[in-house]
Design a protein around this ligand. Structure first.
Ligand code: UDX
Ligand code: UDX
Length: 450
């Protein structure tokens, strides 16, 4: 099938190259000329493991190309995937301007029947509204369907090619038939396909993200109780996660969630509930807990450094999670602001995300060449992204580099016993702290269950 993908961001790029690898002919389009130029030169503007090799392969076998001309791409394709950004709107909800513009343009210039596939995350009800809009813009039949993405950055290709499920939202049998044709190779492999109304498909995406974010905020709220009563939230995590009804995933306490989806989707859901006059009691708590978690973490660091003139904090990690360069809504922003307001100076290192943070934070902090450079002379270390290279540090060497002794593990990702055995003071989220030289009592014999 000839497919156009409008929007070459994290979602559009992964969708485009994976659709090409399923055998379709894909033209991936973006308004950003620089982005298209670098993609044509084989330079991928985002960090996603495996993406650049896959793009090279699909371009080499002629199934994938890049362009800025979305009109030409849409005319040459029978199916048009809309993966343009759906950023948060000022008054809450989503700004769907890009989506409507791209859809209207595809319809107005249609040279035959088309299927528009909404890949971007949208409010429930958007697909049906878009269908009415495009019906007026063309004499041809323009089918509007939903195919929400569940991609996690860092594992996006695997999430596309080995999905837990694929969701189709359509208002007609033709719409479902087109989506089945697109995903036939995955259907043949036995992956689960669920067909439903557009509204249900849009709501499925919303509900999935809100549920995942809620699990994180649930554990983050409990981590504050665990900290106070001396329980270990990591033990609680495996203690509840091994209940089949709960499951092990997305129960890890930390400094809070970030990314281009959870914060945006939860606030959009809260906003939409309010517009229908239903107070989102549970849903509005998810974001509030997330913000408080970041503030509590920064406060704990500042409290430990009280009395030190201009304390130096080594910030390990800036990306909203490991295996990505993405800093959208990263906890780093609120934590940096709180630490600077508390009088600390910050030297930060992240293997992938420094350029992206620099665009926003600028020279309010300094940027290190590596872990050692960030840590030299630091009064405290704050680990806020669980990069593997942070987890496997030689803590004896790290201790010698530091001026102070405090290590704040914002992702509960470090080997706590090793940190304290190196003479450092280990603090985590919802776990008993370890004074220098203390080992971790037996309770930490747990093996992660998820
Ligand atoms: C975005 C949304 O954030 C997400 O909610 C949705 O599910 C899919 O699209 P992402 O790919 O991460 O996810 O967005 P982003 O990385 O911002 O990429 C959007 C791309 O679309 C950008 O490259 C932008 O230049 C491009 N774009 C935007 C267009 O090509 N045309 C437009 O009109 C607007
Ligand atoms: C998420 C959803 O997982 C994905 O299905 C959807 O399509 C897009 O949004 P993503 O935002 O890329 O994917 O990353 P994810 O792995 O979900 O992590 C989101 C945030 O939650 C990160 O900041 C991560 O550090 C945090 N997190 C995740 C926790 O704090 N605890 C956990 O247990 C899991």
């Amino acid at each position: 099938m000839d497919i156009a993908v409008i929007g070459c961001g994290y979602v559009g790029l992964v969708s485009g190259v994976c659709l090409a690898s399923l055998g379709h002919k894909v033209i991936a389009v973006d308004v950003d000329e620089a982005r298209v130029k670098s993609l044509r030169e084989g330079i991928v503007p985002i960090y996603e493991p495996g993406l650049s090799e896959m793009i090279k392969n699909e371009v080499a076998n002629g199934r994938l190309s890049f362009d800025t001309d979305s009109v030409r791409a849409a005319r040459e394709s029978s199916t048009i995937f809309l993966a343009v950004g759906t950023p948060p709107a000022k008054g809450g909800g989503y700004d769907l301007t890009y989506l409507y513009t791209a859809a209207e343009q595809a319809a107005k210039n249609a040279n035959g029947p088309k299927t528009l596939v909404i890949k971007s995350t949208v409010n429930p009800g958007t697909g049906s509204k878009l269908a009415k809009l495009v019906a007026k813009a063309s004499t041809h039949r323009i089918e509007v369907v939903n195919n929400p993405e569940f991609l996690r950055e860092g594992t996006a290709i695997q999430d596309f090619m080995q999905p837990d499920r694929i969701v189709f939202g359509a208002a007609s049998a033709e719409g479902i038939a087109t989506l089945r044709e697109i995903y036939q190779p995955l259907i043949d492999k036995g992956f689960a396909i669920f067909s439903m109304s557009r509204e249900s498909a849009e709501m499925t995406k919303f509900a999935a993200n809100a549920m995942l974010a809620m699990r994180i905020s649930f554990m983050n709220e409990l981590s504050q109780l665990a900290q106070t009563i001396g329980a270990d939230i990591e033990s609680v995590r495996v203690g509840i996660g091994t209940d089949a009804r709960i499951g092990p995933g997305f129960l890890k306490a930390g400094v809070g969630y970030g990314g281009s989806c959870f914060p945006k989707d939860v606030q959009a859901l809260v906003h939409q509930m309010k517009t229908i006059g239903v107070e989102p009691l549970l849903l509005s708590g998810i974001e509030q807990v997330n913000f408080r978690q970041k503030m509590t973490y920064a406060k704990n660091i500042l409290d430990a450094l009280k009395g030190i003139e201009n304390p130096a904090v080594a910030l390990w990690g800036l990306a909203f999670k490991s295996d990505t360069d993405d800093v959208r809504e990263a906890p780093a922003f609120d934590i940096i602001r709180a630490l600077l307001e508390g009088g600390a100076t910050i030297k930060a290192y992240d293997p992938q995300a420094m350029e992206n943070i620099k665009k926003v934070v600028g020279n309010k902090i300094t940027y290190a060449k590596g872990v050692a450079d960030a840590t030299a002379g630091a009064d405290a270390i704050a680990v806020i992204t669980d990069w593997p290279e942070f987890i496997t540090q030689d803590w004896g060497k790290i201790a010698k580099l530091m001026k102070g002794k405090h290590v704040f593990d914002g992702r509960n990702c470090l080997a706590s016993g090793k940190v304290s055995a190196a003479g450092l003071h280990y603090h985590a989220i919802g776990r008993p702290e370890l004074k220098p030289g203390e080992g971790r009592p037996g309770s930490m014999g747990i093996v992660s269950a998820g």
